[in-house]
Design a protein around this ligand. Structure first.
Ligand code: NAP
Length: 274
């Protein structure tokens, strides 16, 4: 596993497990997380929206792995911003997770007109030391600029949809210039686009004995982007973790970048209905 440092010195594993729809029942979620932790995952990404914080927290508590060895992210949902219930939403996540603290608390989506006031509340949560780092998700450069102008605590992370169909080099560069670590959600393109069937990815993978999914995840790591692929399946979880024993060439990276069509599988951050 590779790690990088957030701008406040907190260490984050470059690869984590996404958990959106990772299981239909709490038992499914619990088992998927225990399986992942047992095989070496040390970074779990959840959110209020996913309604799985309780079984994830239970799996972490019962894993036998020291709490400080696991990096846990959860996220603030926009409805709670609109209701002015940010502290309550955080407390609810803390109660459901029941793991003492979270490593990273993210604003899930920008809420129009409330970017800076939301960030002020996030700063208070950070000051409570119950979130070791705070950050953003689905924030474009103009959202980040608005917050950076006013921030007392710099956002540590920006988690956005990012894969070879939506490369977002400018946003990655802007985040790097501002000491914000980028995280890729749907790093495999989710199951909504045939990204993993791309011939280029297959051909590159064949050189290293790796699958298209492993090539795509490695591409993220090498551009300094943390990736959080979701898999409910033990073999695919293991494959997604097995990307730290090969390196892409600059030519490989260029070929992967050439797949870019600025195509999002999810909502454009300026069009979210909050
Ligand atoms: N911040 C946000 O707004 C936001 C939005 C969306 C997602 N996220 C986070 O990002 C995580 C990942 O995104 P995602 O779940 O949308 O998509 P993803 O990780 O890109 O793709 C998941 C899909 O790929 C399949 N898969 C996983 N590993 C594979 C492999 N090695 N080979 C082939 N197929 C594979 C999974 O199926 P199996 O499970 O059957 O393996 C699943 O259908 C989420 O779980 C969530 O934590 C955040």
């Amino acid at each position: 596993m590779d790690y990088t440092l957030l701008n406040n010195g907190v260490k984050i594993p470059m690869l984590g497990l996404g958990t959106y729809r990772i299981g239909r029942t709490d038992d499914d979620v619990y088992n998927a997380i225990r399986t992942a932790l047992d095989m070496g995952y040390r970074h779990i990404d959840t959110a209020t929206l996913y309604e799985n914080e309780a079984p994830i927290g239970k799996a972490i508590r019962e894993s036998g792995i020291p709490r400080e060895d696991i990096f846990v992210t959860t996220k603030l949902w926009g409805d709670d911003v609109l209701k002015n219930e940010i502290p309550q939403a955080f407390d609810q996540s803390m109660q459901l997770l029941d793991i003492g603290y979270v490593d990273l608390y993210l604003v899930h989506w920008p809420v129009k007109g409330k970017l800076v006031s939301t960030w002020r509340e996030m700063e208070k949560i950070y000051a409570s030391d119950k979130a070791k780092a705070i950050g953003l998700s689905n924030h474009l450069q103009h959202h980040l600029e608005e917050i950076l102008d006013e921030a007392n605590v710099l956002p540590a992370v920006n988690q956005v949809e990012m894969h070879p169909y939506v490369v977002l080099n400018d946003l990655v560069d802007f985040c790097e210039e501002n000491a914000i670590v980028c995280e890729a959600w749907s790093p495999l393109g989710s199951s909504k686009v045939p990204l993993l069937e791309e011939k280029i990815l297959r051909e590159i993978g064949d050189k290293y004995g790796k699958s298209p999914a492993q090539v795509v995840l490695r591409w993220n790591i090498e551009r300094g982007v943390v990736a959080i692929p979701k898999s409910s399946n033990k073999e695919r979880q293991a494959a997604n973790l097995d990307i730290f024993d090969f390196k892409l060439t600059p030519e490989d990276v260029q070929l992967i970048n050439s797949l870019d069509k600025n195509y999002r599988t999810g909502i454009h951050p300026d069009e979210i209905g909050f």
